[in-house]
Ligand binder design. Structure first.
Ligand code: DQA
Length: 147
């Protein structure tokens, strides 16, 4: 199976950005972890990050008919973007939503996710380990679908 790991705004600053909330690992560390887990699971992964909503939408569209799943950390667009929600609906590719922090234990404006209603499920609060859990979840979901 082939999986897109897609990261949204400000996640390029991981490691230096509010380390008390998001930890000391960088996005390069996240990518290295994902690549090693993917190898174990026999998944092919692509890794992308953008600070731009439209670029994230283009990435999601590009998965249609091509990829078997998307592991998505949409950053703050999670809480605002009906456009991302619509893109996921249109892509017809299973999405697992991941957040480093436990968004439900934070400010109330982070409690709503526009991704959650169109995702297979959500993982939040486990730091970069959430990406590993998400990849495992997508692999298991793909098997259920007979892929
Ligand atoms: C985040 C949580 C969001 O609320 C925040 O805007 C982010 C990162 C997380 O991974 O914990 O940028 O998605």
């Amino acid at each position: 199976s082939s999986i897109l790991i897609l990261n949204g705004p400000n996640l390029n600053l991981l490691g230096t950005r509010q380390p008390e909330v998001y930890g000391a690992h960088t996005l390069a560390d996240v990518e290295a972890l994902c690549r090693s887990v993917a190898k174990d699971l026999g998944l092919t992964v692509r890794f992308a990050q953008s600070n731009h909503e439209g670029v994230l939408i283009d990435e999601i569209h590009a998965c249609r008919g091509k990829d078997d799943g998307i592991l998505l950390n949409a950053g703050a667009y999670t809480h605002t973007s009906i456009a991302l929600m619509d893109a996921i609906r249109s892509a017809e590719v299973p999405v697992v939503e991941v957040h480093l922090s436990n968004i439900h234990a934070r400010e109330s404006y982070r409690h709503r996710s526009y991704i959650a209603p169109v995702a297979v499920g959500q993982i939040a609060g486990f730091g970069i380990q959430g990406y590993e859990l998400g990849l495992r979840a997508l692999a298991a979901h793909g098997k259920e679908d007979g892929k």
